[in-house]
Design a binder for this molecule. Structure first.
Ligand SMILES: Cc1ncc(COP(=O)(O)O)c(C=O)c1O
Length: 512
């Protein structure tokens, strides 16, 4: 009889030792210590930095050069390689902790949130099921209660779950809305509606693109998205809602959900929720509020009035990875009625996860309510910050950022070659550089080209957005280290860049 082959991972073998070493607690301490040293240096650097854009081929080459050439066995750990990987990771990112970063809605996170996220990665407790993530599930319940105090729903009957991003939360809420308003749809699909009617969703003209995407996923065609016109403050124009919905009815569209934005992505405008809620009630339409950006204003006594009427909504998307300063993703999806949280996904046949005999533990499971099966315990970052520092950390920072945007707006009014596009409602400010002599035709391309050149310059990171069809420069104040002086420097850089572009000097062609 042949002897059984000896496993390469046999105790005492080189491969066995290397495998055990990768899990070694002392190596873990050494490597995490090294990462922390690098991150400390990164966090201590307050210089003006946007993003250092690297050509993908160059970065691919740099990344490949860090890969082991060992193809057969486990490679020996190489400390220098790890340091180089971390360095490359830090260097090639948008520098979210720098005051030069003013361009997107994700933030430089509170570092403590990173510490908890790091713990989450090591203990690995996916949180869709209580048995796999006990503390995350309890923390979800606690945060639901804490934040619902600002929404104002009945504490005994509302529900909250976490999802991987605002886009997924919006899709989930739309599914719940459709299944409540068109109950036969889940089993019968399109034939559930009588008389050839088609399901439709009413959205603001400025709604986030995830809504159209969610509609596409749900089989709701582009022309079943009923666009509600905006007023001059970039909000849904309430006076136009009834006539637009009635026109949709005449097209045999059955609008089951009206989506309002609490903080539009483009300019941070807040739709009038109380008035929209009254219309939705009158027409028996679900009101979903996309507060991915602006729901966080609820924790501020000073600012929560922007969401007046939120207590009358049916569901709310709230991204904590935007204005609650935790790592992405961390999204909360709130439902006014708990039973609706079970309505999004009605399918129950998965014997390997859905328990046949519910008990006090499975009661906290969210696997039947969220799309994900395996889900990051994302609440842990938010809950830890809330537990350690309390509400005021968020309220103070949000109020400061909104004030910063308002001050920046006022500064623009004193600069004749700059024109604000709106008065900021939150921490987003859009404006144009328009010195005398720049015509309508040129205006759009000039903003796009300025934005691109500023980005490539690497000192500031700003974004651009089309407002009423014309590009505008967009800043999102996410960093409390930004001062009026930094914003003035940005304006100087925009002016210099704009002048160079108008003079026709080499550079960008305005393509994004
Ligand atoms: C208003 C609004 N809704 C939804 C989203 C999508 O959220 P996420 O990026 O978390 O998927 C965003 C993102 O910017 C947003 O601003």
């Amino acid at each position: 009889m042949q002897p059984a082959p000896v496993s390469r991972l046999e105790h005492g073998s080189r491969q066995g030792r290397l495998l055990r070493d990768t899990f070694d607690a002392r190596l873990f301490r050494q490597t995490s210590g090294q990462a922390i040293d690098q991150l400390e240096a990164h966090l201590s650097d307050f210089s003006l930095r946007g993003v250092e854009l690297t050509e993908p081929a160059v970065l691919t080459e740099a990344a490949r050069s860090l890969m082991t050439t060992e193809t057969d066995g486990i490679a020996e750990f190489d400390e220098k390689k790890l340091a180089a990987i971390i360095d490359l990771y830090i260097r090639t990112g948008i520098q979210v902790h720098s005051p030069g970063y003013m361009g997107r809605q994700f933030s430089g996170v509170v570092p403590l949130a990173g510490v908890i996220d790091f713990v989450s990665s090591v203990v690995n407790q996916p949180s869709s099921f209580y048995e796999a993530g006990q503390l995350p599930n309890v923390a979800e319940r606690i945060m639901a209660d804490e934040l619902n105090r600002f929404i104002g729903w009945d504490p005994g009957t509302f529900a909250m779950l976490t999802t991987s991003g605002g886009s997924l939360a919006n899709l989930t809420a739309l599914l719940a809305a459709r299944n409540r308003k068109l109950p036969a749809y889940w089993s019968q699909g399109g034939s559930a509606l009588a008389g050839g009617a088609r399901p439709a969703i009413a959205v603001g003209a400025d709604v986030h693109y995830s809504m159209a995407r969610a509609a596409g996923v749900m089989g709701i065609g582009e022309d079943q998205l009923v666009r509600l016109p905006s007023n001059d403050r970039h909000q849904i124009d309430v006076d136009m809602v009834r006539p637009t919905l009635e026109a949709a009815e005449r097209r045999n569209l059955k609008v089951f959900c009206l989506v309002a934005s609490a903080g539009t992505t483009s300019v941070g405008a807040f739709d009038p929720l109380d008035e929209l809620a009254a219309i939705a009630r009158e027409k028996d339409i679900w009101l979903h509020v996309d507060g991915a950006h602006g729901a966080s204003l609820l924790v501020s006594e000073k600012l929560r009035g922007k969401l007046r009427g939120i207590d009358q909504a049916d569901s709310l998307t709230w991204d904590a990875h935007k204005m609650m300063f935790v790592p992405a993703p961390c999204t909360l999806l709130f439902y006014r009625r708990r039973e609706d949280s079970l309505g999004a996904f009605r399918q129950k046949k998965a014997s390997y996860v859905f328990d046949e005999e519910p008990d006090i533990y499975t009661e906290l499971d969210s696997g039947d309510k969220n799309f994900e099966c395996t889900k990051r315990p994302m609440i842990m970052t938010l809950w830890t910050l809330w537990a350690v520092y309390g509400r005021a950390l968020f309220a103070e920072k949000i109020e400061h950022l909104c004030q910063l945007a308002s001050d920046a707006h006022d500064m623009l009014l004193t600069e004749p070659d700059f024109t604000p596009v709106h008065r900021p409602e939150a921490n987003i400010l859009c404006f144009r550089y328009r010195p005398e002599g720049v015509g309508e035709q040129e205006l759009h391309r000039l903003q796009v080209a300025i934005r691109n050149r500023i980005k490539r310059g690497g000192r500031f990171f700003i974004s651009k957005v089309n407002v009423d069809g014309v590009a505008a420069l967009r800043v999102v104040m996410m960093n409390h280290e930004i001062t009026a002086g930094h914003f003035r420097m940005l304006l100087g850089e925009i002016r210099r860049t704009g002048q160079e572009l108008l003079a026709g000097s080499d550079g960008d062609d305005g393509q994004e």
